[in-house]
Ligand binder design. Structure first.
Ligand code: BG6
Length: 508
């Protein structure tokens, strides 16, 4: 934190279930890629910061692959300290963490493995002087969603903690939750018969990103923005996600889902909710999620004339992708929010793979200044940029006097670049934060059932049209800005692009 900044601890008005006592974390899909790259490193980081005390915690990996404890530890150890310089102190922390991790081998659809898992969890609880079944049990599903119903049923039948003894059971599930409204509702029904909404944590890791969390503070803790954040002052808002790599290694999964289901229906829509929602009554997770649902309910049906789809050239060369695939790897469209604050303000959503850059940002463009006495309109409009990644930053593009004797103007920016402003501060990984939230029982940054339903309602007509071949993605070159028509759509929506102005991140 900069020396002239004061930090405030705010009370969340939340009644957390007690955070201590025996805790068992079970990672299903422990031998897979997601577990290795994201889950175990996030748990390790929580451990080294003291959030997972060895006196209480044990981590169970579970998967179908036959592995010993040592083999699982070996598999995950290399990614725990990715990019950090080796030191004896660090290796000791790693080795202590690995001692907390053991492996249970079993299938996902028969009770044997789950009974064994329960037995080992009970042994852990007893070893911590807790009564069998009285501990906190957190199950994380790093698995294909098709397996969720059966795995949840097995947890329900074999591995539940006993709430009458003070224990709790929570399940964290990764997207995609279904492929459209119908399948999502079906999944919801199946899981709903097994667990209460308070036990289900639908993870959307974008909600755990530092700058996404800061969006709320920015909007609701700053007088500056309150009077400006509406249709009278804002011309258009863009929410953009770009990746400069394709679907390599994930083609089979991606071809089933496409870019809209992969990142837009979840990550970008969640960001839109926070940008557009009204101030919640309090920071109570339900108050926040209530406001997000209202935004989603106010989104008008997508106008198919305002959609541009693309597929990068070479996508179908992947042997796991169908030769006739109609799956978009790029999509851009306009969402309109029909409410008092936003009517007439286009929300331009754009996401694509294999583009020229990798970045995720929110770009709020303000209207022209009325009565332009400085004739500065041609320089460009005021914009507020919230750059989620890489090089986390918020900056405001504004017109200022060019230094010197003449009265002429230039565009400059007020820049809060995190790396420069907070040198040495490590921004926690999204998964780390979300794991901690789920242990604490805070569902604020998880997707509630009604949010999920409305978000599928928005996209299902468009998705069905694409699935039925009624809309074809336009081919675009790898490393380009996307398909023809994408930039035109943005211009048509009212975004004024200023050629020649480039923001240079101080940290890059
Ligand atoms: C995942 C998508 O949910 O998010 C991926 O399935 C995408 O396709 C990823 O690459 C992006 O996450 P991040 O945190 O790297 O922006």
């Amino acid at each position: 934190m900069g020396s002239n900044e004061v930090s405030t601890e705010f009370s969340k008005d939340l009644e957390f279930v007690p955070e201590n006592g025996c805790l068992s974390i079970v990672v299903f899909g422990a031998s897979g890629d997601l577990a290795k790259k994201m889950t175990f490193p996030a748990l390790f980081n929580l451990y080294r910061q003291g959030f997972l005390p060895p006196s209480e915690v044990h981590i169970f990996g579970y998967a179908r692959t036959k592995l010993s404890d040592a083999e699982l530890r070996d598999r995950i150890s290399g990614r725990l300290v990715y990019g950090e310089a080796a030191s004896s102190e660090l290796s000791e922390v790693v080795s202590n963490f690995l001692q907390l991790v053991t492996y249970v081998n079993g299938s996902y659809d028969s009770e044997d493995g789950f009974r064994q898992l329960d037995k080992e969890i009970c042994e852990h609880e007893i070893s911590k002087n807790s009564q069998e079944g009285s501990g906190r049990r957190l199950f994380y599903l790093a698995l294909p969603p098709l397996t969720y119903p059966i795995v949840c049923k097995m947890i329900r039948d074999c591995c539940m903690s006993k709430s009458d003894l003070g224990g709790w059971t929570r399940v964290i599930a990764e997207k995609p939750f279904g492929k459209d409204l119908g399948s999502s509702e079906e999944l919801h029904k199946q899981l709903g018969e097994l667990f209460d909404e308070q036990q289900l944590y639908r993870i959307d890791h974008y909600l755990g990103k530092e700058l996404v969390q800061n969006l709320m503070v920015l909007r609701f803790a700053n007088r500056f923005f309150m009077p400006l954040w509406n249709r009278d002052n804002i011309d258009n808002i863009q929410i953009v996600f770009r990746e400069d790599f394709g679907t390599e290694g994930r083609g089979g999964y991606f071809d089933e889902y496409g870019i809209i289901r992969d990142v837009i229906q979840n990550h970008l829509l969640q960001v839109l909710c926070i940008v557009a929602m009204e101030k919640p009554v309090s920071l109570d997770p339900e108050h926040i999620r209530d406001e997000k649902v209202k935004v989603l309910q106010s989104v008008l049906p997508i106008n198919m004339e305002e959609v541009v789809l693309g597929q990068y050239e070479g996508y179908k060369d992947d042997p796991t992708v169908s030769d006739t695939s109609n799956t978009p790897t790029f999509a851009s469209f306009i969402l309109h929010i029909h409410n008092e604050r936003w009517e007439g303000v286009p929300f331009i959503i754009k996401a694509g793979k294999a583009l020229n850059t990798s970045k995720a940002e929110v770009r709020v463009q303000f209207k022209d200044v009325p009565g332009d006495i400085f004739k500065c309109k041609k320089l460009g409009r005021n914009e507020l940029l919230i750059r989620l990644q890489p090089a986390e930053a918020m900056y405001m593009k504004l017109t200022v006097k060019k230094p010197g004797l003449e009265m002429s103007t230039i565009q400059s920016e007020l820049d809060l670049s995190y790396e420069q402003r907070y040198p040495g501060v490590t921004i926690p990984d999204a998964y780390e934060r979300l794991f901690l939230d789920s242990i604490r029982g805070d569902q604020q940054h998880f997707v509630r059932d009604d949010e999920l339903k409305v978000s599928w309602e928005i996209f299902t007509p468009l998705l069905h049209r694409i699935d039925e071949g009624g809309m074809k993605p336009i081919p675009y070159k790898r490393g380009s800005r996307g398909p023809e028509g994408a930039d035109e759509l943005v211009t048509k929506a009212g975004y004024v692009r200023k050629q020649g102005y480039i923001w240079i991140s101080p940290s890059l």
